[in-house]
Design a protein around this ligand. Structure first.
Ligand SMILES: [Zn+2]
Ligand SMILES: [Zn+2]
Length: 166
């Protein structure tokens, strides 16, 4: 993971500002704030990012956070993942082509290393003439907490798609 020790203070120079600048975007306070939260809380929804960013920059609007996220995904600093049944989640684009495993019960999301390390890591048997850039895999399963919860209350039914991602 990325070093977060030196990003605690709201300093403009630093690795976060550098990565914004390196992507060709101007460094602004909302962009720095959103990137810092993405760094600390990967797989966050825009609303969750907004709640944290607003505590730091009270003038920020949800619309502004969406704007920052659109600029980041366009510039390749952030990546948007959209598991079925979940709102879009954002994380820093780290370029390792990693995949995700999602809990079908609570919606918890974790990274899964790409076996190959670069896109596309899966080659379809028939591409219908397309050139393939990337393959995104979503694994579905039960997280350890949900496995424990289910085995301790195995008498109660309805484990599936219970919205309660912390
Ligand atoms: Zn779970
Ligand atoms: Zn991830």
């Amino acid at each position: 993971m990325v070093d977060t020790e030196r990003t605690r203070a709201a300093e403009p120079p630093g690795p976060l500002a550098d990565s914004i600048r390196a992507s060709g975007l101007k460094v602004t306070a909302p962009r720095l704030a959103v990137l810092r939260v993405l760094d600390q809380a990967p797989h966050s929804t825009a609303e969750r990012l907004f709640a944290t960013v607003r505590a730091e920059l009270p003038g920020t609007s949800l619309q502004a956070v969406y704007g920052v996220l659109a600029a980041f995904t366009g510039a390749g600093i952030a990546r948007k993942i959209e598991p079925a049944g979940s709102p879009a989640l954002f994380e820093r684009q780290v370029g390792d082509n990693h995949h995700h495993i999602v809990c079908t019960r609570c919606g918890a999301v974790h990274d899964v290393d790409c076996a190959v390390g670069e896109a596309p890591c899966l080659t379809p048997s028939n591409t219908a003439g397309f050139t393939v850039h990337t393959a995104e895999v979503t694994y579905w399963g039960l997280c350890p907490d949900c496995q424990a919860a289910i085995s301790s209350t195995s008498s109660s039914p309805s484990p599936l798609l219970n919205k309660g991602a912390q």
